[in-house]
Design a protein around this ligand. Structure first.
Ligand code: HPA
Length: 273
């Protein structure tokens, strides 16, 4: 067995020894979006630092625990705090927890992130359902020897985000008077925000939003056969007239302000599963 598979199995076995229940839903909370975890009836919280081979989260605004609990009557695994490529983790480390969730039985993965809007119809605070993504120089986490136990060498990427879940989300949003945008997420490595020319390029390429996470996690999830639902909170506008600059504080603030909409959407979508 490969070193990676061994590590994944050790991590899953450790977690399995603490929680003897199953959950087939996994949730990853993005920057400034950790409050959803307050809605969860947490049964156990395992600090990442205790889990064998788990990377440890370093970014401000991110927690660092794997939670197991109940949301909308369903058992869920929640990553409160995620790992980013820009922190210096390898693509294998960034995606390690998603693969562990797969070994623990997760079949549907919910991802959230903060992103810059490049669609001129978007405003700060909008919620965007990700319908597709463009990977812009993000290192593919499946490079290298394929882990046949996890999935196929050449995964199909024609439906990286579940169409059925997107349709359900649009319906839930309409029923709850939440304005939900739809769009293409462009993944970049960061940690710099984009230059004005880059935001324009991303818009020209067909992106609606741009961010520094999600793509690698999505790829490993699709590889191992999970269904994925993902949303971006638009925290700043790359395409804009004003001369203002973008700061991490502004991103976290906007994410937190938009969070109640995201929480409601995730809760109702999970209830409907
Ligand atoms: N660019 C990249 N990542 C981001 C942005 C952005 O404008 N906003 C929040 N995350």
């Amino acid at each position: 067995m490969s070193v990676l598979m061994n590590q994944l199995k050790e991590a899953a076995a450790f977690i399995g020894s603490k929680v003897n229940q199953k959950a087939n839903i996994g949730i990853v909370l993005g920057s400034g979006l950790g409050n959803l975890s307050k809605e969860i009836k947490v049964e156990i919280s395992i600090p990442y630092s205790e889990i064998p081979h788990f990377p440890v989260s370093t970014v401000e605004g991110h927690g660092g625990s794997l939670l197991f609990g109940e949301l909308s009557g369903k058992k869920v695994w929640v990553m409160s705090g995620r790992f980013h490529f820009y922190e210096g983790y390898t693509p294998h480390q960034v995606t390690f927890p998603v693969r562990v969730m797969h070994l623990l039985g997760v079949k549907t993965l919910f991802l959230s992130n903060a992103a810059g809007g490049v669609n001129t119809d978007f405003n700060v605070g909008d919620l965007m359902v990700i319908t597709d993504h463009i990977s812009l120089f993000v290192v593919n986490p499946l490079l290298g020897k394929n882990e046949e136990e996890l999935g196929t060498r050449f995964p199909d990427m024609s439906e990286p985000y579940s169409k059925a879940l997107i349709a359900k989300a649009m319906q839930i949003a309409a029923e709850n008077q939440i304005e939900l945008k739809k769009g293409v997420y462009t993944g970049v490595t960061g940690p710099t925000f984009e230059t004005r020319a880059e935001y324009k390029m991303i818009h020209a390429l067909g992106g609606d939003a741009v961010g520094m996470s999600t793509v690698q996690e999505n790829i490993v999830a699709v590889h191992c056969g999970m269904k994925v639902f993902a949303t971006s909170v638009i925290t700043d506008l790359g395409i804009r007239e004003e001369e203002n600059v973008i700061t991490h504080e502004e991103v976290l603030e906007a994410a937190t302000a938009a969070e109640p909409k995201l929480t409601l959407l995730f809760k109702e979508l999970i209830r409907s599963l």
